[in-house]
Design a protein around this ligand. Structure first.
Ligand code: MG
Length: 381
């Protein structure tokens, strides 16, 4: 096994996952080298990250923030900008692996470009596999690049599968914390305010994904991701509520044996495994103390009160452009809810209505998917 450093590009470096990835890099200095960093608009944070990592390639999507970045970095730093810049970073000659953690659709083209260039892809942005799972996996197969899941659930399943074929799998079982309203009576969901929904019981994440965890759309998106990543049909993807978030997900095999992956809740675990795979390396994270946790609980999700799961199942079963439409409609509805422009249940009511009015494109190409995304956003306004 080579002890060579893996050269990593991080797209979305100033977000929650990006910052955790830099934390991992700090402890893996002899095995991981950050060579490129991309952010949306936080010039100051990005400049500090460039100084810390010594990365010589940087991209800001927002061209207005560029000037401010230029004044804060060393003269030998190459600065790229806009969507084209993200693609240049994703295909950097020296990069071995590209971690994409950009919220929204902006990560899709860079992710495909990285795979096309033969780079391994560590996926943290859900949109990539939800919208274009088929295209992503096809590209990876063709170029021999690897798709490595960063999401804790998929990373867990990836660890449990470890080389098993899809034929040996009877069910993928995604665990869900259930979010802050797991026990809230259905009528009270109407009274939920953004500040209530932003309090996640077990994970500390960005606002969009925290709201998605409260509606369970996050788990719905993860069901679709799992279907593509692990090449199983939607009816072999299940969800169970597990409030402690200690089991990150499970695989039930055809012999009814179940393997689970457990650790304390910290995104640095799955990020490190995605980067160092197939190796396991020591880390400074706390070991799991099961005796002090004492109890692991499980419940069936409240499918009727949280319709996101069934909407996602339908989107995943029908496929084509429908998952992209569901994702976009949800993004708009979440933004509206955060601005107090709609109630909490109106998030899934809106998504359902947009899905119902969509004429599904059966075998979409990338342009069709982006058009479907735009259509869903336009009708959402
Ligand atoms: Mg997750």
């Amino acid at each position: 096994m080579s002890e060579r450093k893996k050269k990593v590009v991080i797209l979305g470096s100033t977000g929650s996952i990006g910052q955790s990835t830099l934390k991992v890099a700090r402890h893996l200095t002899d095995r991981m080298e950050v060579v490129g960093l991309g952010a949306a608009r936080s010039a100051e944070k990005l400049a500090a990250q460039l100084a810390e990592t010594g990365a010589k390639h940087a991209c800001l999507s927002d061209t207005d923030a560029l000037q401010s970045l230029q004044g804060q970095v060393s003269a030998d730093t190459r600065i790229y900008s806009g969507d084209e810049g993200l693609i240049e970073l994703a295909t950097l000659e020296e990069a071995d692996i590209v971690l994409v953690a950009i919220v929204g659709i902006a990560g899709l083209r860079p992710a495909l470009a990285a795979l096309e260039a033969g780079k391994d892809l560590a996926v943290a942005s859900k949109e990539i596999l939800v919208m274009a799972g088929e295209q992503v996996m096809e590209t990876a197969r063709r170029t021999g690049a690897k798709v490595l899941p960063v999401d804790s659930e998929h990373n867990a399943i990836f660890q449990c599968l470890e080389g098993r074929s899809p034929q040996e799998v009877s069910r993928l079982i995604l665990t869900a914390s259930g979010g802050p309203f797991r026990e809230l009576p259905a009528p009270d969901l109407l009274k939920v305010r953004p500040e209530d929904a932003l309090k996640h019981p077990t994970w500390d994440m960005g606002p969009k994904i925290t709201i998605d965890s409260a509606t369970l759309f996050n788990k719905g998106l993860e069901m679709i991701e799992a279907r593509w990543l692990f090449e199983v049909e939607m009816d072999r993807v299940d969800v169970i509520v597990h409030p402690q978030s200690i089991i990150h997900s499970m695989v039930e095999f055809t012999d009814n044996s179940v393997l689970a992956q457990l650790s304390v809740t910290d995104m640095c675990f799955p990020i490190q495994y995605a980067i160092t795979w197939p190796e396991r390396l020591a880390n400074p994270l706390p070991p799991l103390d099961l005796a002090s946790i004492a109890t692991l609980d499980f419940e069936t999700p409240r499918f009727d009160d949280f319709p996101a799961l069934n909407l996602a199942r339908r989107a995943g079963e029908i496929g084509g452009s429908l998952p992209a439409v569901m994702n976009a409609a949800n993004e708009v509805a979440v933004a509206r809810f955060l601005e107090e422009g709609c109630t909490f249940p109106q998030i899934w009511e809106h998504v359902a209505a947009v899905m119902d009015s969509h004429e599904v494109i059966v075998r979409p190409d990338l342009d069709d998917l982006i058009a479907a995304d735009c259509w869903a956003r336009a009708v959402s306004l």
